[in-house]
Design a protein around this ligand. Sequence first.
Ligand code: GTP
Ligand code: SPV
Ligand code: MN
Length: 601
Amino acid sequence: MTDLLAWVDDIARLARPDRVHWVSGSEEEHEELLRVLVAEGKLEKLDPVLRPDSYLARSHPGDVARTEARTIIASAREEDAGPTNNWADPEEMRALRDSLLDGAMRGRTLYVVPFSLGAVGGKDSRIGVQITDSAYAVVSIGVMTRVGAPVLREISDGAAWVRTVHSVGAPLEPGQEDTAWPCHEEKHIIHFPETLEVFSYGSGYGGNAILAKKCVALRLASVMARDEGWLAEHMLLIRLVSPQGRRYHVAAAFPSACGKTNLAMLRPTLPGWRVETLGDDIVWMRPGADGRMHAMNPEAGFFGVAPGTGPATNASAIETLWGRTIFTNVARTPEGDVWWEGLTDTPPERLVDWQGRDWTPSSGRPAAHPNSRFTVSAAQCPQIAEDWEDPDGVPLDLILFGGRRAAHVPLVVEARDWAHGVFLGATIASERTAAAEGTVGEVRREPFAMLPFCGYHLGDYLAHWLLMGRRMYTDAAPRIYQVNWFRRGEDGRFLWPGFGENIRVLDWIIGRLEGRAGAQDSPLGALPRPEDLDLTGLDLPPEDLEELLAVDPAAWQAEAEGIGAFLETFGDRLPAELGEELASLRARLAAAEAPVRPDRP
Ligand code: GTP
Ligand code: SPV
Ligand code: MN
């Protein structure tokens, strides 16, 4: 506790805020912060009948997503950050931090936010403290994690904790008027993996500002997990209940804005199936004494993508957002409710867009920002599992890897074993989305959906995954599959209906686990023949289905080249098993002369 007091004192002396506020985590405090944010013009209160206790924030147009180019792993040795991370010298970064923090909080309040990832006191939970000068960040952290007095008690009882400092970098001179979204053009998201510290400067948005999320629960936690023998992953977590009442626990890694929240809240279209939500973005898992992998969601809320979320695609999310929600960068209706592309088929005639400008359907620009988000407590999800906060977590049966791929990658592929599954995870590629700055649509490798989130050398990370496989009994380890909901036809439309219909793929996978579903082999791994999928009631043209299940060896030879070039960047840190997996993929592709087409029924 004296450590904590001394640290807060040090930062306060440097940043020179007007006042220091220790966040208690009480409901009254949360309400008061929201009230102040409204009074300061930083949040707009939505209509209390249409959207009770809900708020809208509009960000600065230059601060709308994670800034990967400004995200740094400042490990002592450059090679420990690996080829996929930006590295900088930790001593230089400490000096930069001190110079940026100098007077950075003048005219503002310094909030001290103790947070717990996982239930407070849970055996696998982790504690951190975020210092921030953004009240918006404070209320967001309060939704996304467990915060306040109970966490402080853990710290005073001697629990270890990680130090994170966040400043929007916009001090106020006496008499200077504040802006609705203070931030700084210059942004730095700096991680110190050896000392488990984060310093974030200049941005108020999402993972740049809610440091418990990507900075701690993934980048720092992946380092802790490597050292302690567990895994910190960018995954959703669900319980799938079959028509026979059998329960399966499924984790799935898809890159940002590639379908985790949607799969986490799946409403199956096949009768008898049920999905219970456990988490939508981050999973911590560890091999247990029973030889199985045990998984838990360290978060307490959802920071979900708004566009595309509608009653037909994700009815559960829509119900979750009934009220008590903070929306950021969505559009507002004249009645004081929210709107975004995909919420309804036809847009309202008039809106105020995410930048506060008048908008009509003929404006020729989206009303909501493509990376607009909702922040809401997980407890509000109508299908949340009743034991979602259980610190023991759940035993994992299945792991899915996926990305957004318009071409080549089939709907689903089965891994032969753990090493092959790790190869599938390692070689996932995906079209870039608006969740981070960069060119939307460009295909890049996103191993394990962790490219921007692994806090150490990705080659070592792949070796760690292989090691975790050896920490489980072979028959008890989760089975691994690769999926792709985003295959497109030549005309650009999605070939697979997705969303609730994804249960048909899960049904096949569970059928494989239960030994009742058929498959055919392909150079990539086993995949279903058309007759192996339950397509009852689905109006899917046979030629689309054929395309979804086809493997084109020529295209895949080119893909294998790309995979080879990517894996080579890991040099001697690439585990030999993955080189062997690639060689065996190439051999299987060479042996398959004609395109592998599923046998027609
Ligand atoms: P992050 O919060 O950034 O990590 O994103 P996420 O992986 O949780 O993605 P999310 O579920 O929010 O989906 C992102 C976008 O993809 C939304 O616009 C969804 O409507 C869309 N989407 C999700 N699932 C599917 C699907 O099965 N098919 C299609 N076509 N689109 C989908
Ligand atoms: C993601 O980009 O994967 C997110 C949003 O979940 S953020 O928290 O901003 O990283
Ligand atoms: Mn995410």
